[in-house]
Design a protein around this ligand. Structure first.
Ligand code: GAP
Length: 517
C-alpha cells in the first residue's frame, strides 16, 4: 500500500520538475499559497478551461459567456453579504502554533464518524452477502445507531453555532469532542475568532476621501460579475428564462489554512455558471445541474474517485448546496460546489443599487426577480485532480528484454499539454530534415513538439512524463516510403502509417470533442 503523503510529495515535485507548476516568487523563498503555472501547466489548464467552456457554453444554446472585471464597485460586496458574512472561524493551537478553521476541524470529526458507520456497513455486507439489507442494518445495529446518534447531536450543535455565529460554542464543540491538533496531537486551543477572507486595496487618490471611501476588493468569487450584468446580458442576447451566464476568471481569498499545494490558494481561478430560473423551479434545476456536472467530471475521472457531499451548513446565500468531491491524496475533498442561491443576490443588488433586477416573463405576463442555480468549479482544483489521477509509475519492457520503471502521466489526450512529439530516430540530417517538415505541418493543427536530443528511449520517457499521448518517429524507412510510426503512450504499441494520415489521426484522437460526446 502506497503512503499517500509520499504520493502527494511526488506529485508536487513532478509538477515542478516537468514545468507544470512552480512556487510563486521562488527566488525570494516563495509566497504562501500562490503558485505559477509553467509551460506544460498553462497548456493543461487552458485545455481544462476549454473543456469546461465548450461543455457549458458551446453545447448549450441557452448559456452565454462573459468576462467581467476583477475590480467591482465596493457596494457589490456589501449587497452580496461578503463584507459581513464571508468569514472563516479560526482557531490556533498554542503548542504547535498552527492555525486551523474551526468549522473544518468539526466537519472532519463528523467525517470520521461517517467513516466508522461506513466500515460497519461494509463489514456486515460482506458477512451477510446477498441477504444484506442496508436500511434494516442502519436502523437496528447498535453500534451504527450509537455513531449516528452522536453524529446527529454534534452536527445539530455545529449548524446552530454557525448560523448563530456563536464562536464560543464552536470552541466548546471542539473541546467536548476532544478534537486534537492534526499535526501535533495537542488540545491546547485558543478561542475561536472570525476572519474576513476578502483582500482589500485602494483606488486612486481622491482628494478628501477617506481610506474607507477608496476601498475596493479583489473579488472572492466571479459570480457577482455575472449577477450585476444579468440585465445587460439578458437584453443583449434576448434570452428567455431559464438561461445561464458563464464566466472563467481569477478569484482571491485570504485563506487561513493554505497547506495543500494548489488545493487552497490565495489567488485561484473559478469556472462559474449562474442559471437564472423562474421562482419555484429552482430545485428541479438544482437536481438537473448536480447530475450534469457529475457527468462532466466522469468524462475525465473514474467514478470511484468522485462522490457527492451534501452541505451541513449552507452559505449565507443558499437554500440547498452539494459539493462534488474528488479523492485527492489527502482524502475526498470539494472540487465543485452546486448551490441553489435563491433570489438572494439579484434581490440584494436590486435593493442596494436601487435599480430593478427583474425579468419580464412573457408567458406569465409578469415581472419577477429570477432564482439562481450556480455551478462553481475551481480550475486549479480540477488541475490538481487531473494530475492526481494521471501520475503513475509502472514497469515496462526495456530494450534488453528486461523491465524498467517509467513515470507516465496518463492524461486524457484531449487535456494533454502536448498532443504529439515528432522525433527523428537519430539526429542525422536526412531524418531531422524530414521530421522538421512533418513538425511544421502538424504544429498548425495541434500543440506539437520536436525533439532530437538524447537517445530515442530517453525522449519517449520525457514525453511520457509530460503526458504526450502520441510520438511520431521518423526512421530510415520514412525516407523511402513516406511512412512513420505512431507510438501510443499507454499501450506502447507502434503503428506504421503514411505521413499523409498523421494529422487526421492525431487531431481526431486528441480533440476536445472527444470529451463532449
Ligand atoms: N460562487 C460560489 C463559490 O465561490 P465556493 O465553494 O466557495 O463557491 C467554488 O468555491 C469552487 O472554487 C470550489 O469548489 C473550489 O474548486 C474553488 N475554490 C474555492 N476556494 C479556493 C481556493 N482557496 N483555492 C483554490 N480553489 C478554490
Amino acid at each position: 500500500m502506497k503512503n499517500l503523503g509520499d504520493v502527494f510529495k511526488k506529485l508536487i515535485s513532478h509538477c515542478k520538475e516537468y514545468g507544470f507548476i512552480y512556487p510563486s516568487s521562488e527566488v525570494y523563498d516563495g509566497l504562501s499559497a500562490v503558485y505559477d503555472y509553467g509551460p506544460y501547466g498553462v497548456e493543461l489548464k487552458n485545455n481544462i478551461k476549454t473543456y469546461w467552456w465548450k461543455a457549458m457554453v458551446q453545447m448549450h444554446e441557452n448559456i452565454v459567456g462573459i468576462d467581467s472585471a476583477i475590480f467591482m464597485h465596493p457596494k457589490i460586496w456589501k449587497a452580496s453579504g461578503h463584507v459581513d458574512a464571508f468569514n472563516d472561524p479560526l482557531i490556533d493551537n498554542r503548542d504547535s502554533k498552527k492555525r486551523y478553521r474551526a468549522d473544518v476541524l468539526i466537519e472532519e470529526y463528523l467525517g470520521k464518524i461517517d467513516d466508522k458507520i461506513d466500515k460497519e456497513i461494509e463489514k456486515a455486507a460482506k458477512r451477510f452477502g446477498s441477504a444484506f439489507d442496508e436500511g434494516v442494518f442502519r436502523s437496528t445495529n447498535e453500534r451504527v445507531l450509537k455513531y449516528a446518534e452522536e453524529r446527529g447531536r454534534i452536527a445539530q450543535r455545529y449548524v446552530k453555532a454557525m448560523e448563530d455565529n456563536d464562536l464560543a460554542e464552536l470552541k466548546q464543540i471542539i473541546v467536548d469532542c476532544e478534537i486534537v491538533d492534526p499535526e501535533g496531537g495537542s488540545r491546547n486551543w485558543t478561542d475561536v475568532r472570525q476572519f474576513n477572507l476578502m483582500f482589500a486595496t485602494h483606488f486612486g487618490a481622491l482628494a478628501g476621501a477617506t481610506e474607507e471611501d477608496n476601498r475596493v476588493y479583489l473579488r472572492p468569487e466571479t459570480a457577482q460579475g455575472i449577477f450585476v450584468n444579468f440585465l445587460n446580458v439578458q437584453r443583449t442576447t434576448r434570452q428567455k428564462l431559464p438561461f445561464g451566464i458563464a464566466q472563467i476568471g481569477k478569484a482571491f481569498r485570504n485563506e487561513i489554512v493554505a497547506r495543500q499545494f494548489i488545493f487552497r490558494m490565495r489567488e485561484f481561478e473559478q469556472m462559474e455558471m449562474q442559471f437564472f430560473v423562474p421562482p419555484g423551479s429552482e430545485m428541479e434545476w438544482y437536481n438537473y445541474w448536480r447530475e450534469e456536472r457529475l457527468k462532466w467530471h466522469k468524462a475525465i475521472f473514474n467514478s470511484s474517485q468522485l462522490r457527492f457531499h451534501v452541505h451541513e451548513k449552507l452559505a449565507h446565500y443558499a437554500n440547498a448546496a452539494v459539493d462534488i468531491e474528488f479523492e485527492f491524496p489527502f482524502g475526498f475533498k470539494e472540487i465543485e460546489g452546486i448551490h441553489s442561491r435563491t433570489n438572494f443576490d439579484l434581490g440584494n443588488h436590486q435593493e442596494f443599487s436601487g435599480k430593478k433586477m427583474q425579468y419580464f416573463d412573457p408567458d406569465l405576463g409578469e415581472s419577477y426577480v429570477p432564482f439562481v442555480v450556480e455551478t462553481s468549479v475551481g480550475a486549479d482544483r480540477t488541475f490538481l485532480a487531473v494530475m492526481t489521477s494521471a501520475l503513475q509509475e509502472e514497469e515496462v519492457p526495456d530494450a534488453e528484454g528486461g523491465t524498467a520503471l517509467r513515470t507516465v502521466l496518463k492524461l486524457h489526450p484531449a487535456l494533454a499539454p502536448v498532443k504529439v512529439a515528432v522525433l527523428p530516430l537519430v539526429a542525422k540530417d536526412a531524418l531531422t530534415d524530414k521530421a522538421r517538415q512533418i513538425f511544421s505541418e502538424l504544429k498548425m493543427s495541434v500543440q506539437c513538439q520536436y525533439d532530437e536530443k538524447d537517445s530515442i528511449g530517453r525522449r519517449y520517457r520525457r514525453q511520457d512524463a509530460i503526458g504526450t499521448p502520441y510520438c511520431v518517429t521518423v526512421d530510415f524507412d520514412t525516407l523511402t516510403d513516406d511512412t512513420v510510426t505512431i507510438r501510443n503512450r499507454d499501450t506502447l504499441q507502434q503503428e506504421r502509417v503514411p505521413i499523409s494520415a498523421v494529422e487526421a489521426i492525431i487531431t481526431k484522437a486528441t480533440g476536445i470533442n472527444q470529451l463532449l460526446r
